[in-house]
Design a protein around this ligand. Structure first.
Ligand SMILES: *Cc1c(COP(=O)(O)O)cnc(C)c1O
Length: 394
C-alpha cells in the first residue's frame, strides 16, 4: 500500500506505512520491546554492518515506530521520516545534524517560542548565530543571508501571527546560496500543505498537534527527501536519543487515519468562525488564511489546500477584554497547545507571554488584545454561541 503514490491523501492517511506482520493484523502491532534477539552471532554482526535489514534496539529503530514514520513520509512526499520524543526534540536533532560551530541560521520572526529560545539561548552556546526576520518578506530574507548561513528555518503559517511565507521564493533563494530550507509544517499538516512540493529540503512537525490530533501525546517528526540525509539524521538521532517510543507511535499512527477528515472539518468550522469574528463590533482584526483580508492571501491560496484550523484575532478592549473573554468561555477550553479535536482558546498577553512584558511582546507581534483560537471539530454553532456570549461580556 505504502508504495502507491497515486492514492488520494485521504486514502494514504488510512493505508500508507502499514506493512505485513505475523498473523496478518490490519493494524501494526505495538512492539513494546527495548531490544530484538539475534539468530546468531553472524546475524547480529550483519545487522550492525547494515548488510541485512532488521531491528536491533528500539532507540535505533522499532517496527511500530517505522510504520508511523513511513505514513508521515508518504503524506509529505518524502523519502523517510524520523519519529522524535517531541516537536522540540525533532527541531533540535535537525540543528545538531546540520550545523557546526561558526554557522549562521536565518529564522522566521513569527516562530514557536521554544524554537526561538533554542536558537538564541542554546545553539548560541555552540557558536551558532541566528538572525530572526519576517520571512514573508523575501527582501528581508535575502538581506539576512551571510556567507556562513546554512539553514533558513521557516514556520508557516507562523505562531501566533499566522504570518505566511512563500516557500517557493525562499527555496529558490536558498538553492542559489547553497542553504537548506527547513519548514515547520505543524500548523497545516501534510493534508493542507506539503513543503517539498515548493522546494523545501527538510520538514518538521510537532505531532502533538494536528497529526495526532487528540491532545493525548507529545511527539515530533522529521521528514527528509533522500537516503544520504536520512542515514546522517538517523545516526544523529540515535546519538542524541530523543526518539519516540512504540506506544506513542501507535497512538499517533491511529490519529493520522482520520487526519484528512479532521483537517477538512477544522477548516470548514474555522472559516465560519473567522467570518463571524470579522463582523463582530468588539473585534479589531482577524487573521485567518481563508479570509480575503488576510495579508498573505495569495500565498496562502497557492500553498494551502484549505485554510486550516488556526485563527488569531485582536480584541478592541486589549488586555482587560482578553481576560474577560478567557474567564467567560464555557465550551471553548482555556489551554495552550493546538490541533486537537476540541476547541482551545488562549490569550498570550495574560497567560503564556505575561512575564515577557508589554514591550518585548509587542516587538514579537503579540499585542495585548491578541487571542489565538485552535478550532476543533465540534458543531460550529456551539463554538460560535460560546464566543458570542463571552464577547458580550468584554
Ligand atoms: C507545539 C509546537 C512545537 C513544539 O512541539 P512539542 O511537541 O511541544 O515539543 C513546534 N512548533 C510548533 C509550530 C508548535 O506548535
Amino acid at each position: 500500500m505504502s508504495e502507491n503514490k497515486n492514492l488520494d491523501i485521504a486514502s494514504k492517511c488510512v493505508h500508507a506505512g502499514v506493512g505485513e506482520y505475523e498473523h496478518g493484523p490490519v493494524v501494526p502491532p505495538i512492539y513494546q520491546t527495548s531490544t530484538f534477539k539475534f539468530e546468531s552471532a553472524e546475524h547480529g554482526g550483519s545487522l550492525f554492518k547494515g548488510e541485512q535489514k532488521g531491528y536491533i534496539y528500539t532507540r535505533m529503530q522499532n517496527p511500530t515506530v517505522e510504520a508511523m514514520e513511513d505514513t508521515v513520509a508518504a503524506l509529505e512526499g518524502g523519502y523517510k521520516a524520523l519519529g522524535c520524543a517531541s516537536g522540540m526534540a525533532a527541531i533540535h536533532t535537525v540543528f545538531a545534524a546540520l550545523l557546526h560551530a561558526g554557522d549562521h541560521v536565518v529564522c522566521s520572526k513569527s516562530v514557536y517560542g521554544p524554537t526561538s529560545t533554542l536558537l538564541a539561548s542554546v545553539m548560541s552556546n555552540f557558536n551558532i548565530a541566528t538572525t530572526f526576520v519576517n520571512t514573508s518578506d523575501i527582501k528581508k530574507v535575502e538581506e539576512a543571508i551571510k556567507p556562513n548561513t546554512k539553514i533558513i528555518y521557516i514556520e508557516t503559517p507562523g505562531n501566533p501571527t499566522l504570518e505566511t511565507t512563500d516557500l517557493e521564493l525562499v527555496s529558490e533563494l536558498a538553492r542559489k546560496n547553497n542553504i537548506q530550507v527547513v519548514v515547520d509544517n505543524t500548523f497545516m499538516s501534510p493534508v493542507l500543505q506539503r513543503p517539498f512540493e515548493f522546494g523545501a529540503d527538510i520538514v518538521v512537525h510537532s505531532m502533538t498537534k494536528f497529526l495526532n490530533g487528540h491532545a493525548d501525546v507529545v511527539a515530533g517528526i522529521i521528514v527528509v527527501k533522500d537516503k544520504e540525509t536520512y542515514s546522517h539524521f538517523r545516526k544523529t538521532l540515535n546519538q542524541i536519543g530523543g526518539v519516540i517510543d512504540p506506544f506513542n507511535s501507535f497512538l499517533v499512527h491511529r490519529g493520522i487515519k482520520t487526519l484528512a477528515i479532521r483537517m477538512k472539518k477544522h477548516s470548514e468550522n474555522a472559516m465560519k468562525i473567522a467570518d463571524f469574528l470579522e463582523s463582530h463590533p468588539k473585534i479589531d482584526w482577524v487573521r485567518y488564511p481563508g479570509l480575503k483580508s488576510f495579508p498573505n492571501y495569495d500565498v496562502a491560496q497557492k500553498q494551502h489546500d484549505a485554510p486550516g484550523g488556526m485563527i488569531s484575532f485582536e480584541l478592541k478592549g486589549g488586555l482587560e477584554a482578553g481576560k474577560v473573554v478567557m474567564n467567560n468561555v464555557k465550551f471553548c477550553q482555556l489551554a495552550v497547545s493546538l490541533g486537537g479535536v476540541e476547541t482551545l482558546i488562549q490569550h498570550p498577553a495574560s497567560m503564556t507571554h505575561l512575564t515577557m512584558g508589554k514591550e518585548a511582546r509587542e516587538s514579537a507581534g503579540i499585542t495585548d488584545g491578541l487571542v489565538r483560537l485552535s478550532v476543533g471539530i465540534e458543531h460550529v454553532d456551539d463554538i460560535i454561541d460560546d464566543l458570542k456570549q463571552a464577547l458580550e461580556k468584554a
